[in-house]
Design a protein around this ligand. Sequence first.
Ligand SMILES: NC(=O)c1ccc[n+]([C@@H]2O[C@H](COP(=O)([O-])OP(=O)(O)OC[C@H]3O[C@@H](n4cnc5c(N)ncnc54)[C@H](OP(=O)(O)O)[C@@H]3O)[C@@H](O)[C@H]2O)c1
Length: 199
Amino acid sequence: MEVGRPKRGDFVFVSAASGAVEQVVGQLAKIAGCYVVGSAGSDEKVNLLKTRFGFDDSFNYKSETNDLAAALRRRLPDGIDIYFDSVGGATLDAASLQMYQGGRVVVCGTISQYNLKEPNGVCNLHCIIPKAVRVEGLNVTGYFNMYARFEEEMAGYLTEGKVAVVEDVVEGIESAPAALVGLFSGRNVGKQLVVLARD
Ligand SMILES: NC(=O)c1ccc[n+]([C@@H]2O[C@H](COP(=O)([O-])OP(=O)(O)OC[C@H]3O[C@@H](n4cnc5c(N)ncnc54)[C@H](OP(=O)(O)O)[C@@H]3O)[C@@H](O)[C@H]2O)c1
């Protein structure tokens, strides 16, 4: 809301869209009146985006690796007003080509890059110049002062059934390393949680 500044009718693209952060982003964008497209790494997740989270469209980026930009053009032919980026690399490059005039790129994460010895270069940033696109990093620690407001709003959405939550729960501290590593191959479906003890 603060960085992407969604307006009714905006076209929004969310990558890694079934994940913990992104499932909330997409649903809040829908509540704000946007048209929301998400990408994810399996057909199960792609289906979840439309059936549970109410995205308008979704696609499996692993089936579109030959031309990610074309996949975005097909689904967002008029351009992207807001790209919420958790992935970086090739996805950011493809989205940069498709940004609309005055668009916003919210850079939340670059998970495709974290384990590379040499991060991929992003080649298409020249496209954002004529379109005056704003690219801004988002760090959650800068927004803790708004947490109480977020909690109140989100509690309302959950109670009213306007926001759905999908969690991927594993049991025990011994499961934590595999759960963490699984984030990098998309093994989690929804927010990854590790239960340490149950009452
Ligand atoms: N800026 C901040 O303050 C802040 C705070 C928390 C998290 N983050 C960032 O937000 C992002 C999401 O975190 P999260 O906790 O919500 O995790 P998450 O989205 O629940 O899990 C990570 C997901 O990333 C996708 N992924 C992994 N490798 C990928 C690749 N090479 N290309 C494309 N997608 C890939 C996988 O989904 P698929 O199956 O769809 O590939 C995986 O399920 C991360 O980049 C994280 O670093 C930022």
